[in-house]
Design a protein around this ligand. Sequence first.
Ligand code: HEM
Ligand code: HEM
Length: 184
Amino acid sequence: MKQKNLDQYDKVSKAFHWITAIIVGIAFVLGPGDFGRLLDDGIDPGTRNDIIWHESLGIAVFTLTFLRLVWVAVRPDAPRLQMTAWMHLLSRLMHFVLWALLFALPLTALLALGSESIPLTLLGGFRINELPFIANSNLSGLADWGEVHKFLGDVIMWSAGIHALAAMYHQTKLKDGVLTSMLP
Ligand code: HEM
Ligand code: HEM
């Protein structure tokens, strides 16, 4: 496929980018810090709106990221803006880290729930009590996946923050069109 404007990401990539960024931000804010205590007290996670929303938004990120990856394979070329080789390499590296985190966050959450047989509770009363393929897999005992998930939640916010600051630097100091290439 060819693209007319070589300075700009296509509209679909922009939509994926900003919708994902907004959802990740809201999911982070809703991250249930008291999840362990709640379970110890015998409270059903499905009775808590913040948890239902957090898990639903997180699953939405997972779905969007998968669709976005398919789009990246068929979309018009991404813009190739003028920048030094090391800057280009760093930006590719940061994109890779962000992509990996967008998959790793939902996966570690599912591993955390599945290995401890904690229900996945989503909007609309959707609920999966057990994830036996996770509980029975070797992965389940490999780590405290809840802790890994929480850690990665912080890592994605730091990475996205640095990534956003880099975009601002490009815009204000280098004036090379990097930020505008992703703006609607
Ligand atoms: C982009 C997606 C996600 C982000 C950024 C994210 C972020 C976070 C953060 C930062 C925490 C820790 C909150 C705190 O300690 O204050 C957390 C906890 C948690 N998240 Fe997510 N999350 C995401 C997706 C998901 C998904 C898809 C699920 C469910 C399938 C989920 C389930 C949980 C659970 C159960 C906890 C509590 C873990 C524990 O205390 O052991 N998250 N999340
Ligand atoms: C959780 C938040 C975010 C995530 C996960 C994220 C992730 C990504 C990814 C994976 C790409 C590559 C896009 C592609 O190839 O289609 C990208 C590009 C881009 N992002 Fe973000 N982003 C986030 C937030 C932001 C914010 C807040 C800004 C600006 C203030 C921003 C500015 C840009 C720009 C300008 C590009 C294109 C330029 C480039 O190639 O680096 N992003 N982002």
